[in-house]
Design a protein around this ligand. Structure first.
Ligand SMILES: N[C@@H](CCC(=O)N[C@@H](CS)C(=O)NCC(=O)O)C(=O)O
Length: 306
């Protein structure tokens, strides 16, 4: 079975979601540390342009977006489950809240409070990436961003207020990962995290349980070796194209797949999977040969390409 290779950088909160899934499942994985900013010349041959962090590589199959990466890891390593007690729908629905409403003010605070310490190149890179952030008023917006971030901390505290150990009950699920990763980001990036989190006692006790999960068994691998892994593997055949899909696309059609929020870089390829919850395209690059790049349907726009 392919050892999962995660392309990420250590401060990435979205990558922490997947590192926690490795922890919950006790998985061994390999880590490719990618540069903090574009260009990422050793990632692009794999993704075809998708630049968000993290990206999961399984042989010559490349999985984009934490919502799909979590599902694929669950499919390949079902035990212990991150979607126990029928929680998959609920946990993935919760991603819509934490990936944006909870994450956005936390990201604004991380940039705004630390701006003078962040290299100019990183600021410039993120200016063109985070289209939801107004960099001209980041510093003056800090009080407002605190008010927004706190409301979500309060929601997490209330999720745990009846004394339960985890968001959906006794055991950790992906719902905890959703609710936790912005808290992890705050701990790392917000100097006043202690006083910010202090009022939320249920959250603080749960945070310690989440910290104890760890990140599984990590070993490093060079980006060039990861390209060789892809080149030496054959990508999966795909799961077929749904004839009843509203887009009316046929297998083999040239399409582009683009995130509909930020980092809107289209990835081009030939359609191999189009289901209710996944789109995958086959593409090739000299460094890796043929790969299949997979995306969730939620949040991605698919268009016919020339
Ligand atoms: N919907 C995506 C969001 C990923 C995302 O926005 N990652 C950010 C923050 S870690 C990122 O790529 N930041 C810019 C960068 O690292 O280049 C997912 O769930 O994977």
């Amino acid at each position: 079975m392919d050892t999962p290779i995660l392309h990420h950088h250590d401060p990435s909160p979205f990558a922490e979601k997947i590192r926690l899934v490795f922890g919950l499942k006790g998985l061994s994985w390999r880590s490719v540390r990618i540069p903090m900013i574009m260009p990422r010349p050793q990632l692009m041959p794999l993704t075809g342009g998708y630049r968000k962090v993290p990206v999961l590589q399984l042989g010559a199959d490349i999985y984009c977006d934490t919502r799909l990466i979590a599902r694929e890891l669950e499919r390949r390593h079902p035990e212990p489950s991150i979607f126990s007690a029928g929680s998959e729908g609920l946990a993935l629905a919760l991603s819509a809240w934490s990936d944006r409403a909870f994450f956005d003010p936390g990201a604004g605070l991380s940039m705004g409070l630390n701006r003078s310490m962040i290299p100019t190149e990183v600021i410039e890179d993120r200016k063109s990436f985070f289209n939801f952030m107004n960099f001209d008023q980041l510093e003056s917006d800090i009080p407002h961003l605190f008010t927004q971030f706190r409301t979500h901390l309060d929601l997490v505290d209330r999720m745990l207020a009846d004394g339960r150990d985890y968001v959906l009950g006794e055991g950790p699920t992906f719902a905890d990962v959703d609710a936790y990763f912005p808290v992890w980001m705050a701990r790392g990036n917000i100097g006043q995290a202690e006083s910010l989190l202090g009022p939320f006692g249920h959250l603080l006790r749960w945070e310690r349980r989440m910290q104890a999960i760890g990140n599984g068994h990590r070993t490093d691998i060079d980006a060039t070796d990861a390209l060789v892994v892809a080149r030496d593997a054959s990508p999966s055949a795909g799961r077929g194209v749904d004839r009843d899909d509203p887009l009316g696309l046929a297998a083999g059609r040239s399409v582009s797949v683009t995130p509909d929020d930020y980092g809107r870089i289209p990835v081009l390829g030939e359609l191999v999977t189009l289901t209710l919850d996944e789109v995958a395209i086959r593409r090739s690059a000299p460094e890796v040969g043929e790969v299949v790049v997979h995306f969730p349907r939620t949040g991605y726009r698919i268009e016919r390409a020339a």
